[in-house]
Design a protein around this ligand. Structure first.
Ligand code: SF4
Length: 340
């Protein structure tokens, strides 16, 4: 466990990391010692969701392994270009719950703010890969409609910063947004969904830690790690810094074919999370977003693996296996009884 509370990363470090991200598939292949000539030509020319991968994340990929589980999360595949029945551009019907620009209100007591349109990584399975960000990014001066909505709904006690990735925004913007939320007295909790500590740990600077701890709100961070191999190197330090500043860490992951669809991969992830004092919260089945069909695992296989995990690990290490239905009032737990 980290004992000091000062980060070694400065604002310039993460801005440099943002600038140096890999942004094309050939460079990504070269960075992991694979031959770009092996890539199908259409991957360079027909992508509707561009490549974005931080160098720090690449460092944790196994070089020369085209099936590395971190690489596969960010590597475009020609399979993305196929239309698959049942897969859509808005699998969770979020447009129907878009109550104000940038605000989605779906579940009782909490609202989600699309606080930043961009991410430091483009995960190929992302359910928001087709989200209309241009209509839903109010900018620092234009959050009043969303704030009025929250202020007028007294049952809202939690605001969730999502995106894109909230921590891909700059500190001044985040500070202004958090200050606005903290002014609404009935909001008690700020939840931040982010992949930044996992893919770009340089983002956890002293300045960011000061922003995150500046308000009266209880701050919870959900880190979205899908594989134990992600929870190594600088990421461990970044996570420990957040915890040392009183930020509670949770994880939710997605069950992804070819990446973590084995008992061993899931078990290793949960053991790593436990070692790092991060609560495994949800294990999601894939939302059926167009372009991500190749990550989809059959329900029977998912249930079988989860049922095995239940026998191998204590209950406190297990996330809830859930599916999100567009119009349900909460996530829906998946019944594994038939698989046992
Ligand atoms: S970081 Fe999250 S929002 Fe961004 S591409 Fe990945 S899954 Fe999607």
């Amino acid at each position: 466990m980290i004992t000091r509370t000062e980060s070694r990363w400065q604002t310039e470090d993460w801005q440099k990391a943002m600038k140096n991200m890999i942004r094309d598939v050939r460079s990504l292949y070269q960075a992991v010692n694979l031959n770009p000539e092996d890539l199908p030509a259409e991957l360079s020319s027909r992508l509707d969701f561009p490549v974005r991968v931080p160098q720090n994340f690449v460092q944790r990929m196994q070089k020369g392994n085209a099936l590395d589980p971190l690489l596969l999360q960010v590597l475009p595949q020609t399979a993305e270009m196929q239309d698959i029945a049942g897969f859509s551009t808005d699998p969770l019907a979020e447009a129907e719950f878009n109550m104000a620009p940038g605000l989605i209100h779906k579940y009782h007591g909490r609202v989600l703010l699309i606080s930043n349109p961009s991410c430091s990584v483009h995960c190929r399975y992302c359910f928001r890969r087709h989200f209309p960000y241009q209509e839903n990014t109010p900018g620092s001066q234009h959050w009043h409609k969303a704030m009025d909505y929250i202020a007028n709904n007294k049952e809202i006690h939690e605001v969730i910063l999502s995106g894109g990735d909230p921590l891909a925004a700059n500190d001044d913007y985040l500070q202004q947004l958090i200050d606005k939320i903290a002014q609404i007295k009935h909001v008690k909790t700020l939840r931040i969904h982010t992949r930044q500590p996992v893919v770009m740990p340089e983002r956890i600077t002293n300045e960011l830690l000061a922003v995150l701890t500046s308000s009266r709100l209880k701050t919870v961070m959900v880190i979205h790690s899908n594989h134990a191999q992600e929870l190594q190197g600088d990421t461990v330090e970044a996570l420990q810094l957040l915890q040392a500043h009183g930020i509670r860490l949770l994880n939710q992951s997605v069950f992804l074919k070819g990446i973590n669809d084995t008992v061993q991969a899931q078990k290793s992830l949960l053991e790593s999370l436990y070692t790092l004092n991060i609560q495994a919260y949800y294990l999601h089945v894939l939302d059926k977003v167009q372009g991500a069909g190749h990550f989809f695992c059959k329900d029977e296989d998912t249930k079988e693996i989860y049922a095995k995990l239940v026998t191998l690990l204590p209950g406190y290490m297990l996330p809830r296996l859930v599916r999100e239905y567009p119009h349900a009032a909460s996530k829906t737990a998946i019944d594994i009884i038939k698989a046992v």
